[in-house]
Design a protein around this ligand. Structure first.
Ligand code: G3I
Length: 365
């Protein structure tokens, strides 16, 4: 049964309401629905609850250490969102730390957590140039050996989670900002064909999972998003099972928000692809001031509206939801406070902005 949902959308404050309708596949494949039994639906005033009324899943990346140690974190991760993404525990270095020795425990715990809360899982990520185990990066493999290793890894991981992953980030960050393919162990040794291979192997292992290619700095129309558009056009023409494009959405208030995001996402939508905002956060220079917080709210607002304006945008996921746990400060010196909630789980203007967008998109204030 498909449910068609009309979404009333907000342009700018003074703009007329834009209305678009899109279809939400309300009956995801049985394996992709929640665990047996009836998990509680998200409360109506949460992002997940408001998203349901707007026909969109709202998700978060989950830090498994915080989930185990921090009860308020666990409660918010369980109650606020309708999808989850493992921040780190499905990456190659974690699931196969030694060649041929798999450790699925942390990833299985995330999937079990999601199923107990009626949440869908975005698998992240089958193939990346980063967070690879040392035995792989230090190995001196021929092209045939590396291709066999990659095929086994993708097949084993997608098979292990078969029926439990809604969307896979099959290939993560394959492009450079200038639109060329990233120089990685994969491109150097296997050539550009590794991308099509990865999707074919993942599809063979789990035909029901939706398969995405995921990248950052592709929010607007630029050399990188256009190169990605050209690639997925070619892959689809070759019959490669690519279902969607993940737009990470890592923004900074020091740069303009991607106001052309809807035009960009429409290109993929017109190809018949799904899209998703997969890793939204908006970092600010520390210490934070109110102007930065307003600019941060605009960044999140632009990302969500881009998704709401795109017929087959399936999910809006934030890359963590509280400043208490964030990858940003260790990565961008002098920047931080990138999330919707502060270190004490207090909502920021960005959180309010998203709730307003979702209420309007659901056709009610
Ligand atoms: O697991 C080790 C631990 O054993 C060790 O004690 C500790 C201190 O060195 O490091 C731990 O590994 C860290 C890992 O996160 C798990 O916590 C790595 O140092 C750290 O670099 C790694 O950072 C992750 C980063 O990807 C790696 O590039 C971030 O948490 C994660 O949020 C970030 O996520 C990526 C997405 O996967 C792809 N898109 C970009 C996004 C941000 O970089």
């Amino acid at each position: 049964m498909r449910k068609t949902i009309r979404a009333g959308l907000v342009g700018t404050a003074a703009a007329a309401l834009l209305v678009s309708s899109f279809t939400l596949n309300a009956s995801a494949a049985p394996e992709h629905t929640a665990a047996r039994g009836k998990p509680k639906p998200p409360a109506a005033d949460t992002l997940g609850g408001l998203g349901q009324r707007a026909g969109l899943r709202i998700g978060t990346a989950v830090d498994m250490d915080a989930l185990a140690a921090d009860a308020p974190y666990r409660a918010r991760a369980a109650g606020e969102f309708t999808s989850v993404t493992p921040e780190n525990v499905m990456k190659w270095e974690v699931v196969e730390p030694r060649r041929g020795t798999y450790d699925w425990s942390a990833a299985d715990a995330l999937v079990d957590f999601a199923r107990s809360n009626g949440q869908l899982v975005r698998g992240h990520t089958l193939l990346w140039h980063n967070q690879l185990p040392g035995w792989l990066t230090d190995g001196d493999f021929t092209a045939d050996e590396l291709r066999a290793l990659l095929r086994k890894h993708i097949t084993d991981q997608a098979s292990h989670f078969k029926g439990r992953i809604w969307q896979w980030d099959v290939v993560n960050e394959a492009f450079n900002d200038d639109g060329t393919l990233r120089d990685s162990i994969w491109l150097r040794t296997l050539g550009p064909g590794y991308i099509a291979d990865a999707f074919r192997w993942a599809h063979r292992a789990d035909p029901r999972a939706k398969l995405y290619i995921n990248d950052y700095n592709i929010e607007g129309v630029n050399a990188k998003s256009t190169a990605l558009y050209d690639l997925v056009t070619e892959l689809r023409a070759q019959g490669v099972p690519v279902d969607g494009v993940g737009i990470q959405g890592h923004l900074s208030v020091q740069y303009n928000a991607p106001h052309d995001i809807a035009a960009n996402m429409k290109r993929f939508d017109d190809l018949g692809l799904e899209t998703a905002i997969t890793e939204a956060d908006v970092r600010v220079p520390m210490p934070v001031d109110s102007t930065d917080q307003e600019a941060q709210a605009e960044g999140y607002d632009v990302l969500l509206r881009g998704c709401l304006l795109t017929r087959h945008c399936t999910d809006f996921t934030v890359w963590g939801f509280t400043d208490r746990y964030s990858w940003v400060p260790e990565t961008f010196e002098g920047e931080g406070a990138a999330n919707l909630l502060d270190e004490n789980y207090g909502p920021k203007p960005a959180y309010q902005a998203l709730t307003e967008d979702l209420k309007l998109a659901a056709g009610r204030k």
